[in-house]
Design a protein around this ligand. Structure first.
Ligand code: SAM
Length: 287
């Protein structure tokens, strides 16, 4: 396992398998020996736990997770990595690699089939091009996942961990705070990867609480449509952004804002979670 953070071993292994990195798939593999143990430990990989990993690379984090948790199921899209993983993970009996796109994976079914009786957590060094879609897919699945501990681009980490109702927040911040809460764990320098990315990275952890808010399915769908519409034009007033995205009249929006105690010129980044949920509850009456 030590070998997987040894740069000359990694280069030789990749050469032997004629492997070339795919930028499109966000392939920057971890070679800093200090990082994977920290992700595994802080990400709840421990006896009694099953871990879902997204994107194995050559299996560096996978092996670390499997040495601590009862079972690891890793979803990797790139078929070219499978023969490499057969070498690097050959000593582990508790790892299953599924060769498919995480975005086409039924997370609830996977958990039911693979992790009976275990507490489940997600740990990954995410492909950065899919950061928000993967996180929202995991959260919206309402699957029984305890936590999501992932490496993301530093700017994405700042947004994910921002406070709702500040300039740093975005639609993804609201999503995370609806289903749980996020905290930044530590920064990771670009030199920790091969090849080095052009951006800095950070590891964040989302503790999931699926019962935090209990809107009906219809209200929840409307809430997220409102949030998406408002943040897609975040510099505009809510009256402007929501009238175009939700198809409501500005007068309806002014009335709803007034009913909730907000000025007509309010922008989305001025509202906290409760403000947003109350506003959605008022606006939906005008549909
Ligand atoms: N875990 C490894 C590590 O830390 O060295 C690799 C991390 S690398 C940043 C991201 C991994 O996600 C790559 O192995 C890439 O092939 C894989 N990947 C990219 N898109 C994916 C998708 N849609 N579904 C599953 N895996 C994907």
């Amino acid at each position: 396992m030590d070998n997987l953070t040894n740069l000359s071993y990694v280069r030789k292994l990749l050469e032997e398998h004629n492997f070339s990195f795919s930028k499109g798939l966000g392939q920057n593999f971890l070679v800093n020996p200090a990082v994977c143990p920290k992700i595994a430990e802080m990400g709840n990989a421990a006896p009694g736990t099953g871990i879902i990993e997204i994107g194995t690379g050559i299996g560096t984090l996978t092996a670390e997770l499997a040495s601590r948790a009862d079972k690891v199921v890793a979803v990797e899209i790139d078929t070219r990595l499978l023969p490499i993983l057969e070498v690097t993970l050959k000593d582990f009996k508790n790892i299953k690699v599924i060769n498919q796109d995480i975005m086409n994976t039924d997370i609830r079914a996977l958990i039911e089939e693979e992790f009976s009786g275990l507490e489940v957590a997600v740990c990954a060094n995410l492909p950065y091009y899919l950061t928000s879609p993967i996180i929202m897919m995991l959260l919206e699945s309402r699957a029984p996942i305890r936590s999501v501990t992932v490496m993301v681009q530093k700017e994405a980490a700042d947004r994910l961990c921002a406070k709702v109702g500040t300039r740093e927040s975005g639609a993804i911040t609201v999503g995370v705070n609806y289903f749980g809460s996020a905290a930044k764990l530590f920064n990771v320098s670009r030199g920790s990867f091969v090849p080095s990315p052009n951006v800095d990275s950070a590891v964040i952890k989302i503790d999931i609480d699926n019962k935090k808010y209990s809107l009906s399915e219809k209200d929840e769908k409307f809430f997220f449509a409102m949030v998406k519409g408002a943040f897609s034009q975040r510099r505009k007033t809510l009256a402007n952004s929501l009238s175009s995205s939700l198809g409501l009249t500005k007068d309806n929006i002014y009335e709803a804002l007034e009913h909730c105690g907000h000025k007509p010129t309010t922008r989305v980044e001025e509202l906290d979670m409760d403000n947003l949920i109350n506003l959605a509850g008022e606006l939906i009456k005008y549909l």
